[in-house]
Design a protein around this ligand. Structure first.
Ligand code: SF4
Length: 313
């Protein structure tokens, strides 16, 4: 199906409208699960760019029940938008990293809410099992289920440098395990991680296009307070080549052209709270303003998603 609408790429808004027929709002849920990259199982200290407080809205706190978080999320958003239905978004930390029975129980509670039509689960590619995928496959027969893996980079040298504590092969293996189960598969990638040349970053588009993903979230590297990267930026700024707005808009328009044409593009930039952001500041430009610039740039350069995509095995 085509989700372009009036854009030069498959966009998430059109996808949601065509799939559900009306506006759908994601409600962030905090399970309080830990992360294997912080508790010593895979690593300590976490990924060098991660400060968990940048992605936990105030209405969700791990001490609250799932239903309470959903109810509070609905009352928060219902004053802003007339959303009809909601997706429970298991976003913070690693949302499959706990005893499997507990994980299943929390997901089951979320979909039992009468206004929730599905789940969106963010996790690491090395934190998934056949047993959990079997459960999600079963759940996907009655609800929308989206599983998003943090790919972040397709290069092992980068994954090592940012202390991800998993390899790109583990990412490929996770998608192999999860595909063909009726689960919507998504990916996150960070563009501009240290040590990657612009050409290497562009090559992520080709490699990501080989994964069995339905949607992609692109994030430009933002360095936030309280992270190892903030310290590295202060001490060794030469490690970083952060995008300016103009450079990013130009770059991402080419990046889009190398992506497989059927992937739904859900996001183009990161949006850390300004109070947490160290660099790049981009004059506080909002998401919709950047998207408008990208749309304009695609037109100017006569590019569209898939224009430069080459199918290879
Ligand atoms: S980005 Fe995810 S995997 Fe990395 S430290 Fe943060 S919560 Fe853990």
């Amino acid at each position: 199906m085509d989700f372009r609408g009036d854009k030069r790429y498959n966009n998430y808004t059109t996808y949601i409208k065509k799939t559900f027929g009306n506006r759908v709002q994601k409600i962030s849920i905090n399970t309080g699960f830990l992360c294997p990259n912080r508790d010593g199982t895979k690593g300590v200290g976490g990924c060098t760019y991660c400060n968990i407080s940048t992605f936990s809205p105030s209405y969700c706190r791990p001490k609250k029940s799932i239903i309470q978080q959903i109810d509070e999320g609905i009352s928060f958003f219902s004053t802003k938008y007339k959303a009809q239905k909601y997706l429970a978004y298991f976003q913070a930390y690693t949302n499959t990293y706990a005893e499997i029975e507990l994980v299943k129980e929390l997901y089951t509670q979320a979909v039992s809410h009468p206004d929730v039509i599905g789940l969106v689960i963010g996790t690491r590619p090395d934190c998934i099992s056949e047993e959990l995928l079997d459960y999600l496959e079963e759940t996907a027969k009655n609800y929308y289920v989206s599983l998003e893996f943090g790919v972040e980079s397709t290069l092992d040298k980068t994954l090592k440098l940012v202390n991800r504590c998993h390899t790109y092969q583990e990412t490929i293996d996770a998608y192999k395990m999860a595909k063909d189960r009726g689960i919507h598969l998504g990916a996150h990638v960070i563009l501009g991680l240290p040590g990657e040349s612009r050409r290497e970053i562009m090559e992520h588009a080709t490699k990501l296009s080989k994964l069995p993903i339905s949607s992609l979230k692109m994030h430009h590297l933002q360095i936030v307070r309280g992270t190892k990267m903030a310290k590295q930026l202060a001490e060794t700024p030469e490690m970083f080549d952060l995008f300016s707005v103009e450079e990013y808009v130009d770059f991402i328009s080419d990046f889009i052209s190398y992506l497989r044409p059927d992937i739904i593009l859900e996001r183009f930039i990161s949006e850390s709270p300004l109070s947490m952001l160290v660099a790049p500041r981009w004059n506080g430009l909002k998401n919709f303003e950047i998207v408008a610039k990208i749309d304009k740039k695609l037109k100017e350069k006569d590019l569209w998603q898939g224009k430069n995509y080459v199918k290879c095995n």
